[in-house]
Design a protein around this ligand. Sequence first.
Ligand code: SAM
Ligand code: SF4
Length: 346
Amino acid sequence: MIRERFLKILQAGERGEGLSSEDLDFLLSAEDQEEDGALFQTAERVRKEKVGNEVHLRGIVEFSNICVQNCLYCGLRRDNRRLRRYRMTPGEILDCTRNAMKIGLKTVVLQSGEDPWFTQDRLSGLIRRIKEETDLAITLSVGERPAEDYRAWKRAGADRYLLKQETASPALFARLRPGRTLRERLDSLRALKELGYEVGSGNMVGLPGQTEKDLVADIQLFKEWDFDMIGIGPFIPHPSTPLAESPAGDLHRSVKILAVTRIVTGNTHLPATTASGVLDPQGRKKALLAGANVIMPDITPGKYREHYDIYPGKTEPQGGMDSLIQLITSLGRVIGRGAGNRRPPS
Ligand code: SAM
Ligand code: SF4
């Protein structure tokens, strides 16, 4: 049964009215199939109105699994000695982007651990080459770096930057990313915005110690910062990390957070994350039916892909490009044709 208050909050959200923490908490704490259905349908109406039927494909190149950070949740963390480390050469990365263009992609995401070999100059040079040879939009996702690096890469031609807040709880953030603070992360996000990047953030759902209140704070931060893209996915424990014994996040919960985020943020880009597809083969479909409008196919060369082992199951193929296209069209959606910049608000 759909409660009156639940419906009223959904209607207010759909009209674009601000929702309070209590409202968000009320939406998230509901555990009723009918209410879930109403939530997902509202998110889908907002998605259709604000960003349309296109699903944008962003090809991701995971070019180095070397990382100086030691995040407790991540298989690439510095202290994981079981991982075979690799670093693709700039030439190999360039080849990947040429292939991306050949298969019709309009955007590439260059992602890595925090790898100091990729200095400001090396990455600038690579970005320039990619821009000379392709018409791809370039998203970087290489972690926290000095603002001068962000500036140089923007000048070289980078268009977007992906740096998830991970969690809006300062205490949880500091515990999970030793030596780093949420404030520094937000400083980086601010610098990126000021430099004119389209900026992506996001979180993990079900982190050990994360509360309902923390998740509400995540959604509020998404809204307040008006990010251009927001990646929401479940936490998945990796056996070679200190969180090996922690339970995985709940996919259904993660999809609900995605749906609420669509309602409160309107026209932002929301990927159906890879992590969603790892916990449930239908995970990405569920996300696409709850407000998501982006998929990020992995285009890292096969010989490296298996070593970009952030969490278990990540490196297993979730179907190639054909099955993605089939999934998208089976839902009555179309593949995004342009670079997929954020639409101006309607
Ligand atoms: N090093 C960069 C950074 O941390 O921003 C980019 C690469 S990092 C592997 C990309 C994302 O992986 C992180 O933002 C985090 O949300 C996600 N991630 C890491 N470990 C995870 C886990 N165990 N479960 C789910 N997502 C995870
Ligand atoms: Fe490194 Fe990013 Fe993994 Fe943290 S999440 S260990 S910064 S790759």
